[in-house]
Design a protein around this ligand. Structure first.
Ligand code: LLP
Length: 423
């Protein structure tokens, strides 16, 4: 296991050869709740929140948790209780964050395709801002706000044309991405906002991508949005209250250290000093990624075509990151198997797709059928992207707090699969 990941997943310990999550036995949790099973460490999530707040302490940011990373209500309640805000991208996420108790004034709403209904819901709730991504969306929002007799708070999402070194599907800040508008267009949109009776500007927004491990692209994007904020204030007499730097703070990987958030925080504070601007950040993965693991049981070991396949009871339906983004998740046996027999294997799931795998060409001490494996750093975009493909049941989720382990989502049942079908 890469040193970076080992350090990142601090609560993991081996006692007498058996992997434990802090004081919790992964075997006992798997026994009680079955597998596949998502395990989240709430204390670790709060520790990560403190890390973000400490890094940006000088500017006392609003930390708006990016709900898409993991939308489990219990986790959301934990974060709302800790004073977090929320970054949402749908009416469904708005529903969740309100249910979890996030004050609407700490909720920002992003996304290139908000519907009129979603805009209406956001306006009715009184959210802090709509992060608007096109001229068409701005017009639509103005119309919806007008019908409601209200004024909608807006931050334009700027596309800074900054390329972050991450997977092409999680890069959002380059000019050819579907996100945001070019800086000149953003300035023009602020003029329209200033002239519109039902819109008012509150900030400027940017988000360059996910799993970004270097400060440099964030700082380049910051320069672009500061220019936009300055031009908007000069040209349209607008008062820009905040800069939203987005999320995407990278966590450790097998061969990579996590983003030096403290250094980024210092650099951002230096640039914001004396400008009367506040800061919003939208971390998702950084808060929950390494606080979660997926426990899965080995069903079979088979050899075919010169490859050793470890067939687990979890696959792309539980964790799609390996097959969709080439995401690398460490996989560790919960019980150290008869030492030595490390083999190069593919860890695959039961889904009827050749692209269904958790790892390929991975050196693993060969587990026996029935053995438990733990897939690490699965707290972000794990369950959140789980599906019922192959009519598989989405797994249970457990939240650990201190000595307590609470079931926070029951495993689905067959009846859940057909609940909404009309026969
Ligand atoms: N803010 C905005 C506007 C976003 O679009 C995202 C993520 C975030 C914040 C949070 O990014 P984070 O801090 O979690 O990196 N499913 C992919 C990641 C997709 C990210 C989408 N947007 C994956 O599993 O790698």
């Amino acid at each position: 296991m890469g040193a970076g990941v080992l350090r990142a997943v601090r609560p993991l310990v081996r006692k007498g050869g058996v992997l434990q999550w802090g004081r919790h036995s992964i075997e006992a949790l798997a026994e009680e709740h079955g597998t596949p099973l998502y395990i989240y460490d709430g204390d670790r999530v709060l520790e990560r929140l403190r890390t973000v707040r400490d890094a940006f302490a000088e500017v006392d940011p609003l930390v708006a948790y990016s709900v898409k990373a993991n939308a489990n209500l219990a986790l959301l309640r934990l974060l709302a209780g800790a004073g977090c805000g929320a970054d949402i991208v749908s009416g469904g996420e708005l529903y969740r964050v309100r249910k979890a108790g996030f004050p609407a004034g700490r909720v920002v709403f992003a996304g290139v395709g908000k519907s009129a209904a979603e805009m209406r819901e956001g306006i009715r709730a009184g959210i802090r801002a709509f992060h608007v991504e096109s001229a068409g969306e701005l017009e639509a929002l103005g119309g919806v706000a007008g019908e409601a007799g209200r004024s909608a708070p807006v931050a334009v999402r700027v596309n800074p044309d900054v390329e972050a070194a991450t997977h092409e599907f999680t890069r959002t800040g380059h000019a050819a991405a579907k996100f945001g508008v070019a800086p000149e267009e953003a300035v023009a949109l602020y003029r329209r906002i200033a002239a519109h009776p039902h819109l008012h500007a509150v900030g400027v927004d940017v988000h360059i991508g996910s799993q970004v491990r270097s400060s440099e692209p964030f700082l380049r994007a910051l320069e672009v949005v500061l220019d936009v904020a300055g031009a908007a204030e000069r040209e349209s007499g607008t008062r820009i209250g905040y800069i939203d730097l987005g999320g995407g703070f990278g966590i450790a990987g097998p061969a990579a250290e996590e983003l030096d958030l403290a250094a980024l925080g210092r650099a951002v504070a230096r640039r914001l000093r004396g400008r009367g601007l506040s800061l919003v950040v939208e971390p998702g993965r950084f808060l929950v990624g390494d606080a979660g693991a997926l426990a899965t049981r080995v069903l079979y070991v088979k050899r075919s075509g010169g490859i050793t396949f470890v067939v687990a009871d979890a696959g792309m339906t539980e964790l799609i990151r390996p097959s969709h983004y080439g995401g690398r998740h460490e996989i560790v046996p919960v019980r150290e198997a008869g030492r030595g027999r490390v083999e190069r294997v593919d860890v695959v799931g039961p889904v009827c797709e050749q692209g269904d795998f958790l790892a390929r060409d991975r050196d693993l001490s060969l587990p026996a059928p029935g053995a438990l494996l733990c897939v690490l750093q699965a707290g972000a975009y794990g369950f959140a992207m789980a599906s019922n493909y192959n009519s598989r049941l989405r797994p249970a989720e457990v939240l650990l707090r201190g000595d307590r382990a609470e079931l926070v989502r029951r495993r689905e049942k067959y009846a859940d699969l057909t609940r909404n079908e009309c026969t």
